[in-house]
Design a protein. Structure first.
Length: 184
């Protein structure tokens, strides 16, 4: 039995997710364009940094920045994949059939994506800290405030656990629904 109904909450969620997906895709493309551009104009970037009082930087510095750009684009790609799966779950809720094996699989994939995001943030954050350590003692960087919050986040780990548990709940609900439909 499929129920089609208008739900302002689901409509708002679809609109917001579409907006977030668009922004994340745009940002990821910009970062992926920026990384090779940075490396191509490496000499100019190093000269500009030196003109601003940040000396002692070299190819390893711009290489680290390029890796941060690519890593951040990868994290954004994971976020887009996560939101696309969420969008499909929302669509199934709008159709009146959320307890399906497919949604159970989607929730499990979302759990793995969230875990991958937590783990992928470690090397990106380490590079940010390395860059911050390279420039923090320079006079030109005195006005800059460096803060890096990366690593395994308690809230992120909780999200992973919740998604895996919900995947099991949805799998159980789908099995119960199939059993009920088989008896009718």
């Amino acid at each position: 039995m499929r129920m089609m109904f208008k739900d302002p909450l689901l409509d708002a969620a679809r609109i917001l997710l579409a907006l977030f997906i668009g922004v994340c895709c745009f940002a990821a493309v910009a970062l992926l364009i920026g990384a090779p551009t940075l490396l191509y104009f490496e000499d100019r970037v190093i000269a500009e940094l030196a003109a601003n009082g940040i000396t002692g930087t070299g190819p390893e510095f711009t290489g680290a920045i390029a890796m941060i750009l690519v890593g951040t684009a990868g994290l954004l790609a994971l976020a887009v994949w996560f939101m696309l799966l969420l969008l499909r779950i929302i669509a199934s809720v709008g159709e009146g059939e959320p307890f399906t094996l497919e949604n159970s699989k989607r929730l499990a994939r979302m759990g793995w994506i969230a875990l991958a995001g937590q783990l992928a943030s470690l090397p990106v954050g380490a590079l940010v800290l390395w860059i911050a350590s390279q420039v923090k003692d320079l006079p030109a960087a005195n006005h800059l405030r460096f803060e890096a919050d990366f690593g395994l986040d308690g809230e992120g780990i909780l999200l992973v656990l919740i998604l895996f548990i919900l995947a099991r709940v949805f799998r159980h609900g789908a099995t119960m629904r199939e059993d009920l439909e088989g008896t009718v």
